[in-house]
Ligand binder design. Structure first.
Ligand code: SAM
Length: 181
């Protein structure tokens, strides 16, 4: 059901009028990851002290906020929608993690990802694929990438977790000399 609604949203976004780079339509609508799946994603990524987590398309900020609250890590949420950024900042404040968490209104395809050690995604299959070269170019070897529900084309995940309602995938960025595409 959620997959269908995300696919429909992508279609709507494609059909919608472009509003330019600065405040263009999101590539996918906001559908929150259930909190239990957020916890699964962070566990699969093996988040630990010292990590810096980036959630690309961060919605109401639940993934960065949970990472900071449960694991004490620094976390950054990126969303193109100003309303989502406002909600996320409110939620970070409510959870008392503003010291660790920040939210930026940005296009995730233009965000500098180099400091991330964990990247979380809940986008769409074609968006994951479009993002893949940037992930491989900017992220350091060993960085963990976790995606709720959608894969990354022919890049096979290191681990897959089937929860009751969702699938979560984990990839590890390979050493630089290995083939990267
Ligand atoms: C399916 S929601 C996922 C929200 C959150 N990560 C979660 O799992 O609960 C996707 C989010 O991506 C945002 N988004 C879509 N296109 C974007 C883009 N090009 N740059 C940044 N954010 C984008 C949407 O505004 C939406 O909040």
């Amino acid at each position: 059901m959620r997959v269908l609604s995300l696919a429909a949203a992508a279609l709507l976004a494609l059909c919608g009028a472009s509003t330019g780079a600065a405040d263009r339509e999101p590539d996918v609508i906001y559908v929150p990851t259930p909190q239990s799946v957020v916890e699964d994603m962070l566990r699969l990524a093996d988040v630990k002290k010292g990590d810096v987590l980036y959630d690309l398309g961060s919605g109401d900020g639940r993934i960065p906020v949970t990472a900071a609250r449960k694991y004490g890590v620094r976390a950054v949420g990126i969303d193109i929608d100003s309303q989502r950024i406002r909600e996320a900042r409110h939620n970070a404040k409510k959870s008392g993690v503003t010291r660790l968490v920040s939210f930026r209104q940005q296009d995730l395809f233009e965000t500098d990802l180099r400091e991330a050690t964990v990247v979380t995604l809940y986008l769409l299959p074609d968006l994951n694929l479009k993002l893949r070269p940037r992930l491989l170019e900017q992220l350091r070897p060993g960085t963990r990438i976790v995606s709720h529900q959608f894969g990354m084309g022919d890049w096979k995940p290191a681990k897959t977790l089937e929860t009751g309602s969702a699938t979560v995938y984990l990839w590890i960025v390979p050493p630089r000399k290995a083939a990267r595409s």
